[in-house]
Design a protein around this ligand. Structure first.
Ligand code: NOJ
Ligand code: CA
Length: 650
């Protein structure tokens, strides 16, 4: 297992618990590198490691090994909510303590964790004489993968942040930096995802093809051109490489959560939530965010929606447009948004007390438009205002192409952006408030430590329907964005043929989303009258489907083409299955071998044979039958369609 040369010249293999994954660490001529093998196939060729540091020599050369520490770790982690109750945290860890040979003698540790389905590593820089606060000029980490590898990517540094369509390209063709999770398939058929875990106090990692034609980190810069200012000791986020033999196997890789710390305080007050909202009515032009004749967030409308939530059996209500700041061009004027001042026609105290009496949780709303200086000035009082009114959930938003922080334009995913989002999560935790962050920093598993961060957006959601979403989009998400955690996709819009926002989906697919796209805060996004008056039978599934699952079993799929997943409810013996397909219709054979003994009532919502996302979006068959283990279901998904099944244990 170990090949020793001298302390300046070492090579070392770190095997995963079942030996299927191997990370090869090397120190040669004072330089460090790593490589990754899966089943003895080289997946990531020797790749450089290190940093450029402002005002200092790079931390990369003239290194020698001082000490190595190896340990095995076996653990089952219980998660408070999510897609799985239990996840494995089984790995072999090797920590390499390095020091420079030169006069400066700076020290650094590289810590690797090798899992049966992932490799992760991070840099740890301890405090040391004359080296206590550093400015990172560049992180030099490479992911040296074959250039013919295929990538599914969205571009970084664009005005709409993560809200782009996924595109497929060969690695040699990556012309611009791309976001992580970056999903890849090698020519030999290995699937991998480059991502990061536990992103704190550092620029988010984007990936670029360097001039030397190697994939490398491109840490999001600050406006001063540097990547991060940090005090020592400092650890980078984990650089995470997930590995799988199939695309579908990737979708339940939970290493990102295992790399985050357990919660340090009591979060038993956190509860996942399903909610409706004073929301889609604004998108289809019936109401407005801004005050005026058609203002959505009035006291009267809020009470009507609270009553509707009660009738529908939905626990929460989001209210957008309730505060001062939406008048005129709200994207331009957001610098003045007030988060403790309601519009004259909205009385938060009255609405909150009404909601409390009816047993409905309000979801507050803070649209910051990225004006962080304005928001942070009000943060404490804004959260206190909601908390004092018994509001336990807030949806935040960061529309705008850049953030304004300390009077300067910064990227949302820069170190200062990362720190701002973290500040909101920690303050919310203090006030017992849960967050659903739109235009967020991408997920890196911190909700393991901060379970009050129930959801994020961070990809194109259904607000892009009406032209900018193709049926393939929701077939990319499980293999890309959703590897970074749950998403508020604003599912369940059943008014498909609305002339302002025409949906490119079938009916069955809208309810499938509640299973295929997990969210700890799941929005039933359409207006209540659509559910009550037009589609009560379909709404039944939206009401029934849980927001917290015990187990997730991906059943079938291919990136961008289709995805079928089964999930077991955390609070009952029931299972839910959802499927979505791209523009191609297809028939899916589902073996029910994963069920327990006994009889289940299957409630099947499937596209009719003549359904089609453009020609006939409302074509649906709802069917009930008894099924059990050993049986199978054959389900048709129409072009742009999908299906949803509830398996109720009798
Ligand atoms: C964009 C968010 O994604 C959307 O949900 C919200 O309604 C608008 N911004 C306004 O805040
Ligand atoms: Ca958005």
């Amino acid at each position: 297992m170990f090949k020793w040369f001298s302390r300046n010249e070492i090579e070392r293999d770190i095997f995963s618990p079942n030996s299927g994954v191997r990370c090869h660490f090397a120190l040669k001529s004072g330089r460090i590198s790593y490589a990754v093998y899966k089943n003895d196939k080289l997946i990531i060729k020797p790749s450089k490691l290190g940093f450029k540091i402002c005002g200092e020599a790079p931390l990369q050369d003239n290194l020698k090994l001082i000490r190595t520490q190896v340990k095995k770790h076996t653990e089952t982690i219980e998660l408070q909510w999510g897609e799985d109750s239990y996840i494995n945290n089984n790995y072999t860890e090797a920590a390499f303590y390095l020091a420079e040979n030169k006069d400066s003698k700076r020290i650094m540790t590289l810590r690797f964790r090798v899992f049966d389905n992932s490799v992760a590593f991070r840099y740890e820089i301890p405090p040391q004489p004359k080296f206590q606060r550093i400015t990172i000029k560049d992180e030099l980490t490479e992911f040296n993968i074959d250039l013919n590898t295929v990538a599914w990517k969205i571009p970084a540094y664009q005005p709409d942040r993560y809200e782009y369509n996924y595109e497929k390209a060969a690695v040699y063709d990556l012309k611009h930096s791309v976001h992580t999770p970056l999903t890849l398939r090698t020519q030999s058929g290995c699937y991998l995802v480059i991502h990061e875990a536990a992103l704190y106090n550092y620029g988010s990692m984007t990936i670029e093809l360097s001039d030397q034609q190697v994939l490398k980190t491109d840490i999001t810069p600050l406006s001063d051109g540097t990547k991060a200012h940090v005090d020592l000791p400092f650890s980078t986020p984990w650089r995470l490489i997930m590995l799988a033999d199939s695309a579908i196997e990737l979708t339940t890789n939970r290493t990102m959560y295992a790399l985050n710390d357990p919660p340090a305080q009591d979060f038993s007050w956190v509860k996942t939530l399903k909610f409706i909202g004073i929301w889609w009515a604004m998108y289809v032009g019936e109401w407005t965010w801004a005050p005026g004749e058609r203002h959505g967030a009035t006291t009267a409308h809020a009470k009507e929606y609270i009553d509707a939530a009660v009738r529908l059996g939905i626990d929460g209500l989001l209210i957008e447009g309730w505060n001062e700041g939406w008048e005129g061009d709200w994207l331009e004027n957001g610098i003045n948004n007030k988060f403790t001042v309601s519009t004259p026609d909205f009385d938060l105290e009255e609405v909150a007390s009404y909601a409390r009496h009816k047993g409905i949780e309000l979801v507050g709303h803070h649209e910051t438009v990225g004006f962080i200086d304005n928001y942070e000035k009000q943060l404490e009082s804004a959260y206190n205002y909601y908390a004092a009114n018994g509001v336990h959930y807030i949806k935040t938003g960061y529309a705008g192409s850049m953030m304004m922080i300390n009077g300067r334009r910064e990227f949302h995913h820069s170190q200062l952006g990362v720190n701002h989002y973290q500040k909101t999560v920690e303050l919310a935790a203090k006030k017992h408030i849960c967050l659903d962050i739109h235009e967020p920093i991408k997920g890196t598993g911190i909700e393991r430590t901060w379970p009050n961060l129930l959801s994020r957006e961070g990809a194109r959601g259904q607000e892009y329907e009406g032209g900018a979403l193709s049926p393939s989009h929701a077939c990319f998400l499980p293999y890309t964005r959703l590897l970074a955690g749950g998403m508020d996709y604003t599912s369940g819009i059943l008014d498909l043929a609305n002339s302002v926002k025409r949906m490119a989906t079938t009916l069955a697919r809208q309810i499938a989303y509640f299973v295929t796209i997990y969210s700890g805060m799941a929005m039933a996004a359409d207006r209540p009258f659509i559910y009550e008056d037009r589609f009560p039978e379909i709404f039944k599934f939206i009401r029934d489907v849980p927001t917290n699952f015990e187990k997730t079993l991906p059943l079938a799929g291919e990136i961008g083409r289709y995805y079928v997943v089964a999930r077991k409810d955390r609070d009952s013996a029931d299972w839910y299955i959802g499927g979505v397909t791209n523009e191609e219709g297809r028939r899916i054979h589902i073996s029910l071998d994963f069920l327990d003994d006994g009889v289940y009532q299957a409630e099947i919502y499937a596209d009719s044979d003549d359904a089609h996302y453009r020609e006939n979006p409302f074509g649906i068959n709802i069917q009930q039958k008894h099924v059990g283990r050993g049986e199978a279901l054959d389900i048709y998904m129409a072009p742009g369609g999908g299906f949803a099944i509830r398996l109720r244990k009798l």
